[in-house]
Structures are given as C-alpha cells and as structure tokens.
Ligand binder design. Structure first.
Ligand SMILES: *Cc1c(COP(=O)(O)O)cnc(C)c1O
Length: 393
C-alpha cells in the first residue's frame, strides 16, 4: 500500500491487471469472476472488443474539446438517452454525485422560478446520493455525513415505502421535489416499491413537486429494463445516471422531462470535462452493445435465474434474512455483519461486495452468461452457507 495515497479506502490486497468478459486477473496471475463490475460500472464486462476499438478510434481523433463548442457525439448520446427514457433533454457530467448535484440545483432553481425562496427536497432514510456536500447531506447514512457538518440544508427526510409518512409530508412548507433511488444500492438493494413510486408520482402531480429518480446504480439496463423505475411505469421529471453508462469511462447524465428539461439556462450550470467526445463515444458504444447483444433480456433471464436459485438455496437458512433484487442487481441480507465474506470470496476467486454491513451485493457485468452465473453461485453459495452456520453456533 502506498504511503502517498490519502487513506480514504480500506483496500483489498490485490491489484487487478487485465480482464476479459466477466473475468479479471491479478498481478500474480490469479483469475477472479467479477460479480461486482467495479460497483455496477463495467456494463459490458472487461476489454469488450467493440468498446476497446471505439475508444481506440476516438482517442486517435479527439478526446476533449470543452463545452464551448458543439460536440456531435454528445448530441447523439442525448438523443439516444431521450429515446430510451422518454426524457426531453440531457446534461452531461462525470460521475454520479455530479449528476445528483445537478438534480439538486435544478430542483432549487425550479423552486426559485416559482417564488419559493428556500426550496426543500424530500429524501429518504438509507439513501445514498454521493459524497459532495449537497449529495452527502441528501444521503441517509450518518456515517457518510459525520465530520463534514455543517450539512447543506434544505432536505426533508422520510422513511422509504411509507405512504402515511408521505401523506403527512404534504403539509411541509417549501417542498419542491422528491429525490429517490428506484432501488437503493448502498442502502442494501432495497427497492422503492412500484406502488410507492406511483404514489410518489401522484403526490408530486398534486403538490407541484418534481419527481427526481437517482438511477446512478440501478439504471443503464442493470435490472433488465433501461431504467429500474420503468418497471413501475412512472414518468419522472428528472433522472440521474452514471456508473454503468460508459462501461468504465467516467460519465454522468441528468435527464429532464417536459418543463424540467428547460429549467437551466446558459451560465447556470456547467463542467469542463462533462460529456467530452471520448466519454460520449464510450457511452454510445455501451448502449449499442446492450442493444445488439440483447443484454436487457440477458439481465432479466440470468438475473432472474440467480434470484430463484439464491432463494431456493439460501432463503430458508437461519441467518439469511432476505434475498432480493431485480435483474443483475441482487442482495442477500444476513442477520449479522458479513464484511468477512468479501475476503473469503476473494480466496475462492470471486469478486463481491458487502453493503450496509449485512447485505452481500452482486452487480456483475450484464454480459454474464448462464454458465458463468452457475460458476458464480457454485463459488458463493457454499461460502454463505458456511458463514451463517458458523455464526449460528
Ligand atoms: C454510486 C452512487 C452515487 C455516487 O456516484 P459517484 O460516481 O461515486 O459520485 C450516487 N447515487 C447512487 C444511487 C449511487 O449508487
């Protein structure tokens, strides 16, 4: 470990050197099945030949120009994202928190345009929206916030999936928007129920609030539809994307629907790198590969099979609280902290993650094939069986 890196991560003791598909190899030549995809980032796996050649080609033409000029690849990507989302316009940035920061600014500006001088946004327990000051303030995890007070004001926090709490919140003054993850990722793969998302839509309509959905983790096809909220058939006003959008090249996007697409004017938001030609090319190629290789269908089919198997093999064990998720975004909640499973999985040649202390999280590349899913479960299931059996003594 380098003494010259700031100590922000408790890193695992391996360094990955190259990859192919769902497999990665470390410096000692050991092979791992990647069931995490760099936290829902490597959508089309590692070293996908089409992505590699698109990046190679684009790097030889133009990497960056700034937003002072037209960027045709950015215009194409915006058009493509609007086509799959039903949105009307996009803003590009470089990460999830940046997309969410843009959403928060958009909501505040929308409030000011309607004469609300101190606009507030409804957010949720256990939410994760990022680590900038505004997004960590919107986050519902005290560990993310501790030490960084004073927090940014203007957030009203509710429990997720609680219709009564939402009903009561209608009398909160100065609310202008609701900001919700369609499926909470860092919060433990906890979905906003379809019925609850529809209730949010109706409430936002009745109150004149914007419905803003954080799809940074659950978007880009992860659940087997382009966006997780599409399972509930709701039309948002704002959607934030990032993580898997360009399969590893940093990019974020904010999508606006209807009037929400016209809130920002020139000079009101911006970024130097955002939507540069290289990142947009990578995103366009990622979306084309998802289409051409039928990866939405694959995520639904292989993920659905995995969920079924995990429930059958683990669901009834004492120590296993719940097995849940959608597509290739799966969580196994245990009754105890299980961070130790990450190192055990590493020894077994498997990359996984534990979030919210007790939830084993699987976010494999969307190219995961049936045989690879079988190998994944053959590695993972015995580890969890042993883990809960030992702890139960
Ligand atoms: C990861 C994540 C973020 C933050 O994204 P960064 O790219 O790390 O800034 C925001 N929201 C959700 C739902 C996430 O999963």
């Amino acid at each position: 470990m380098s003494a010259h890196l700031m100590n922000t991560y408790a890193r695992l003791p391996i360094a990955l050197q190259h990859g192919r598909g769902v497999w990665v190899w470390d410096a000692d030549g050991r092979r791992y099945l990647d069931a995490l995809a760099g936290i829902a980032v490597n959508t089309v796996g590692h070293a996908h030949p089409r992505l590699v050649s698109a990046l190679h080609d684009q790097a030889g033409k133009l990497i960056h120009t700034s937003n002072l000029y037209r960027i045709p690849l950015q215009e194409q990507l915006a058009e493509r994202l609007c086509a799959i989302s039903g949105a009307d316009a996009a803003f590009f940035c470089n990460s999830g928190l940046e997309a969410n920061e843009a959403a928060i600014k958009l909501a505040r500006l929308h409030g000011h345009q309607r004469g609300v001088a101190r606009p507030r946004i409804i957010v949720f327990d256990e939410a994760f929206h990022g680590r900038s000051l505004a997004t960590l303030s919107a986050t519902g995890n005290p560990k993310v916030q501790k030490g960084f007070e004073p927090l940014v004001e203007g957030f009203v926090r509710l429990p997720l999936n609680d219709a009564d709490a939402l009903h009561a919140a209608r009398s909160e003054p100065d609310v202008v928007a609701v900001f919700v993850e369609a499926i909470q990722g860092e919060g433990g793969i906890r979905p906003a129920h379809a019925e609850y998302l529809r209730l949010l839509r109706r409430t936002c309509d009745a109150q004149g609030w914007l419905l803003m959905i954080d799809e940074v983790q659950c978007g880009t096809g992860r659940t087997g539809k382009w966006f997780a909220h599409q399972w509930a058939d709701v039309r948002p006003d704002v959607v934030a994307m990032a993580k898997g959008l360009a399969s590893g090249v940093p990019i974020g996007a904010l999508l606006g629907y209807g009037a929400a697409a016209e809130v920002f004017g020139p000079g009101q938001h911006g970024t130097t790198f955002g939507g540069n030609p290289l990142a947009c090319r990578a995103a366009l190629e990622t979306l084309a590969i998802i289409d051409d290789e039928g990866l939405l269908d694959n995520a639904r089919r292989v993920g659905g099979w995995m969920l079924e198997q995990l429930r059958a093999q683990l669901g009834a064990l004492p120590g296993v609280v719940d097995v849940r998720g959608a597509g290739l975004m799966l969580g196994i909640e245990l009754d105890r902290p299980c961070g130790a499973l990450v190192a055990q999985a590493l020894d077994a040649g498997l990359l996984i993650n534990v979030t919210h202390e007790r939830v084993v999280r699987l976010l494999p590349p969307l190219i995961l094939r049936q045989e690879e899913a079988e190998e994944l479960l053959a590695k993972l299931v015995p580890l969890i069986q042993r883990f809960v059996a030992v702890g139960a003594a």
